[in-house]
Design a protein. Structure first.
Length: 277
């Protein structure tokens, strides 16, 4: 993989403390740019952020933005050079909710198009929950306009739901333009709804999560399955072959757990592994 980006959700506490230092860390590890997360921009205006990253030889490929923040961020992101605005997930609990969510994705896709961006949806394992003969992600794929909505397949969340990510890409040719390259050591199943649980976590004035002891224990257990690339259950060469064949535009590393004990050496090892594929 030649062009690989890093989502700033990886070790998000570090970027909140030192945005510039985080960017330098990503550059030194060999990443071509960033996928922004949670509206954390280091205090830069959009053009200033683009210039700062360009000075490092980097750019912005995409940004994860919650549904309720989308319209405001469409005023900011185009001038950063960002190409995609990605919904990080919509919790749904019924077939009807899934169909309404698909309508929301189309509407936001049209607004993103007018701003010069492509709208995307990022899956979690609960998107493979089944209602009747359809999963949530089936409903989204079948009821969104490909001209307005693309998808960012998170390989680890797919596999945690028991779905082979490479097979899923091949079954939906042309719908996935972005891939989250993330490892997992085991299957949890689609009903293990960590994303919805995360929505329940209270946040402090600075936006940082305020976990209860029980929530912290659950998240730490889940983080540890985000093991070293190539050491888990995902066949990474097969994933790359399937994604390349479908014209995927970018590979983005998401790192939830520093398996080396250090964020920099962890993302460096990830980048070196991907360079060999």
């Amino acid at each position: 993989m030649d062009e690989v980006y890093l989502i700033t959700a990886s070790f998000a506490g570090k970027i909140r403390e030192d945005f510039d230092g985080y960017v330098h860390m990503a550059r030194e590890a060999g990443y071509q740019g960033l996928e922004l997360f949670n509206c954390i921009y280091g205090g830069y205006g959009p053009k200033e952020l683009k210039r700062f990253l360009a000075d490092q030889g980097m750019g912005v490929i995409s940004a994860h933005v919650n549904v309720e923040d989308t319209e405001g961020q469409l005023a900011y992101l185009p001038d950063t050079g960002c190409r995609y605005i990605v919904c990080p997930g919509i919790p749904v609990h019924s077939r009807d909710e899934a169909y309404r969510a698909a309508e929301t994705l189309n509407a936001l896709g049209e607004k993103a198009r007018r701003a010069g961006l492509k709208y995307g949806y990022h899956n979690h394992n609960n998107d493979f929950d089944r209602y009747g003969d359809e999963t949530v992600i089936d409903i989204f794929l079948n009821n969104t306009d490909p001209a307005l909505v693309t998808f960012e397949l998170d390989a680890a969340w797919a596999w945690r739901a028991g779905v082979n990510a490479a097979d899923f890409i091949r079954a939906h040719a042309g719908r996935f333009e972005l891939i989250h390259v993330k490892e997992t050591s085991r299957v949890f199943g689609p009903e293990d709804d960590l994303h919805s649980l995360f929505q329940q976590v209270r946040r402090g004035p600075d936006g940082r999560p305020m976990f209860t002891p029980e929530q912290k224990a659950i998240f730490e257990e889940h983080q540890k399955v985000n093991c070293r690339l190539g050491d888990g259950i995902i066949n990474m060469p097969e994933l790359k072959k399937a994604a390349d064949a479908q014209g995927v535009q970018a590979y983005i590393v998401e790192r939830e757990y520093a398996y080396t004990g250090d964020p920099f050496t962890t993302i460096l090892e990830d980048r070196r592994y991907l360079a060999r594929l």
